[in-house]
Write a protein that binds this ligand. Structure first.
Ligand code: FAD
Length: 265
């Protein structure tokens, strides 16, 4: 069985800087980490391998050359091998172009996959769109917000426990399929020195645009229906008024008067 895990390198959340001129994230010189939800997805994949055995765990990431560091972390955690999808032609990709390029790379290099795991969302773009888009493009069933996965006896289907607004539900899908992983009971493991050394012997392959059968206008900014025009921190407005709510009737009255005063009603 083969489990593919899509992972993203993201800026260290405490070090996010925005270029005031271009309104884009500054990535140069900013510490980068493996997206936390991608780490949970890897833990789920490794857990399935520990439980059922005979499972190859492969991680794939689309990103700039420095995303190799995030893939090295995946190999240190226990992934068997890694693929970096990297080319200047992929720059500026929105979620659609990212999913389309990942799908083509998977068809080209790992078409015999059984299960794709993705993180619930990336902590920078935060759209949670790549997983569902990738499943649609590959024409496979998908389950979002998974916190636990079991294989059925014939290993042709999986049962996924997933988070709902008010509790959990269990969904069964046939393989090949895709699951997005939420935090759930997972704990992110710390790699031993031996695992860190071992990781350096594992395969980390780079795939470029020339390895894929895609038109240039499907890639990167050209292939992105959505462009992030400007990123800016929300303006903090001072001088809010706190209405004491201990006595509901009075508080409601005060709120109506305040809204009238401001001509909101
Ligand atoms: P998500 O869809 O939240 O990621 C979910 C999971 O998909 C990840 O956990 C990972 O498993 C997988 N995944 C995501 N990216 C990759 C990758 N590069 N390689 C491998 N696996 C991956 N794009 C839009 O189309 N619409 C927007 O509204 C939008 N807003 C943005 C806002 C900000 C602040 C930023 C920084 C970027 C935004 N983008 C947007 C661009 C978007 O971040 C990129 O397209 C990105 O590659 C994927 O989207 P995401 O970060 O939201 O990932």
């Amino acid at each position: 069985m083969k489990i593919l895990i899509c992972v993203k390198q993201v800026p260290e959340i405490t070090d996010v800087r925005i270029n005031p001129e271009t309104g884009t994230l500054i990535r140069e010189g900013v510490a980068s980490i493996l997206n936390p939800f991608c780490e949970y997805a890897i833990e789920v994949g490794l857990d399935l391998r520990r439980h059922y055995g005979d499972i190859e765990v492969v991680t794939i990431s689309m990103g700039p050359p420095q995303a190799k560091a995030a893939l090295m972390r995946c190999l240190e955690m226990g992934a068997d091998r890694a693929i970096l999808l990297s080319d200047s032609k992929f720059a500026g990709s929105d979620t659609w172009a990212t999913a389309l390029t990942l799908a083509e790379a998977i068809r080209t290099t790992e078409s015999d996959f059984d299960l794709i795991l993705v993180g619930k969302q990336a902590i920078d773009g935060d759209t949670a769109q790549v997983g569902p888009e990738l499943a649609e493009i590959l024409g496979i069933p998908q389950v979002m917000y998974g916190v636990g996965i079991e294989l059925t006896r014939n290993k042709k289907r999986i049962r996924v426990k997933r988070e709902m607004e008010k509790g959990y539900e269990t969904v069964e899908i046939r393989l090949p399929g895709l699951v997005s992983v939420s935090k759930g009971p997972m704990i992110r493991s710390v790699s031993s020195f031996e695992e860190i050394l071992d990781a350096r012997k594992k395969e980390l392959r780079v795939v470029t645009a020339s390895d894929l059968i895609m038109d240039e206008d499907e890639l990167g900014l050209a292939g992105s229906p959505t462009q992030v025009v400007k990123i800016f921190p929300p303006r903090v407005k001072k001088g809010g008024e706190l209405i004491d709510g201990s006595e509901a009737q009075g508080a409601a009255q005060k709120l109506v008067e305040f809204l009238k005063e401001k001509n909101f009603v």
